[in-house]
Design a protein around this ligand. Structure first.
Ligand SMILES: [Zn+2]
Length: 445
């Protein structure tokens, strides 16, 4: 498909919700501008170069991929004021005011920060902040956490609207709900709304016969109640028929791959007609079996920058490896992975908006690093590097109701971006060649 049509908005989608986020950004930006010098969240990285209010930064000389589907801008200028993009364009078209701090990036490639449409963060405030620091270190500058979030996560999200932010941005779904009846569904959605979540998340899956699958009358009620409150809905599915059911009921995002067989034209038509996004989470499958032996990436210095040595030691313990080898689930998901990859490519080719997601956060799914493995896997499965980059920048943002806020370098968006030492549209592995990561104009790596 042409990249010019790739950034779908959802006409039926949670427009009120998206407007809400936009308004929140504006209000909080103004509020932050009035409080310069006051403590704002955790201490910033002391080596970071961040903007003061009113400060202009001009990033010059790089090739710029703005995340909208437009071609690379040669000799680009990214002009940032108070952590927000003011202009992006070729040097001959963007005036750099004399007072701007100029950061020369000649010979490098500049792209929007990566958006993970399906990750997880959890635990208390300190844990959430540490996870967001890790995501940000790896260039994943926005994470939509689809479940497991507490009030601490909500609070961290509310504190992220200021220049000089030193961690990835977070959006939250609160706890994954699992009501047993329409009545409970109404109560659960009301509780999520009271918690002020960004997303509603539930699962329609019998977990290989280990659980009872949620009944359609229950999930139809969840979706109805969520839409009444302008809350978008992401649904964990595994089977084709359940994907159709939840999309027909009005879900906004299919939060995993269809893995019980090939997708069919009926699902394609449903997703395209309703502009529902699809999140493959291929690394979720990989994580179920890859530790049966010592994975190659355990020797990757980029992985080792933030991976917990205790977790690595556990995962390379022969006893742990034996458990993975003997697990029936591991074998099952290993065989489901190529099905997921073929379905992703088929849906993408048919015009379904695909948003990069990894399901990172649970044990053995390494936040920040696995996103780069996901991008590599998406390209190896058959998507072009350009389309994969869009799926984790402008497309992911549009899918998650964050268009114009993150994911692109359009004027008005937050200046969350990566500077790379290689062209990621020539080789997707170049997303790992991180010269630097900036969030809201603040260098965090
Ligand atoms: Zn998940």
């Amino acid at each position: 498909m042409s990249t010019s049509t790739i950034l779908h908005a959802r006409p039926h989608g949670p427009s009120g919700h998206r407007a809400g986020i936009g308004a929140l950004v504006l209000v909080l930006t103004v509020a932050a501008a009035c409080q310069v010098g006051e403590a704002e969240g955790p201490p910033t990285n002391s080596s970071a170069v961040g903007p003061e209010t009113g400060e202009l930064q001009a990033f010059t000389g790089a090739r710029i991929f703005d995340g909208t589907g437009s071609p690379w801008i040669e000799d680009g200028v990214l002009l940032v004021e108070d952590g927000i993009v003011r202009a992006t364009g070729p040097a001959q078209e963007v005036d750099v005011p004399p007072e701007a701090q100029v950061i020369d990036l000649e010979g490098r490639w500049l792209i929007p920060g990566l958006v993970n449409a399906h990750g997880h963060s959890g635990g208390d405030r300190e844990a959430v902040l540490q996870q967001l620091e890790t995501y940000g270190h790896y260039g994943v500058t926005t994470v939509v956490s689809l479940g497991g979030d507490t009030d601490d996560g909500v609070q961290v999200r509310d504190e992220q609207w200021s220049p000089g932010l030193d961690r990835a941005r977070l959006f939250v779904a609160g706890p994954v709900i699992n009501p047993g009846s329409p009545e409970e569904a109404r109560e659960d959605v009301a509780a999520l709304a009271a918690m002020d979540v960004d997303w509603v998340k539930f699962r329609v899956d019998d977990f290989l016969g280990q659980a009872e699958k949620m009944a359609p009358e229950v999930y139809e009620t969840i979706i109805h109640e969520a839409r009444e409150r302008n809350l978008p809905v992401a649904v964990h599915i595994y089977q084709l028929e359940d994907a159709k059911g939840v999309v027909e009921a009005g879900a906004d995002v299919v939060a995993h791959s269809v893995r019980d067989g090939p997708v069919d034209q009926e699902l394609i038509d449903l997703l395209v007609d309703r502009e529902v996004c699809y999140t493959p989470t291929l690394m979720r499958e990989v994580s179920t079996f890859v530790y049966a032996e010592r994975p190659e990436f355990f020797d990757d210095p980029f992985f080792l920058e933030r991976a917990d040595p205790e977790v690595i030691a556990d995962l390379e313990d022969p006893e742990t490896q034996a458990e993975y080898r003997e697990s029936s689930g591991a074998q099952f998901w290993r065989e489901a992975l190529p099905v997921a990859e073929e379905n992703m490519v088929r849906l993408h080719d048919a015009g379904v908006p695909v948003a990069m997601g990894t399901d990172t956060g649970p044990y053995g799914r390494f936040q920040g690093y696995f996103e780069h493995l996901e991008l590599e896997r998406m390209v190896n499965a058959g998507m072009t590097p350009v389309d994969v980059l869009l799926s984790t920048t402008g497309q992911a943002a549009a899918c998650m109701g964050l268009g114009g806020i993150v994911g692109t370098l359009e004027p008005g968006a937050w200046a969350d971006f990566l500077v790379l030492d290689g062209d990621p549209t020539q080789d997707i592995l170049n997303t790992r060649e991180l010269h630097g990561v900036w969030i809201a104009g603040n260098q965090v790596r």
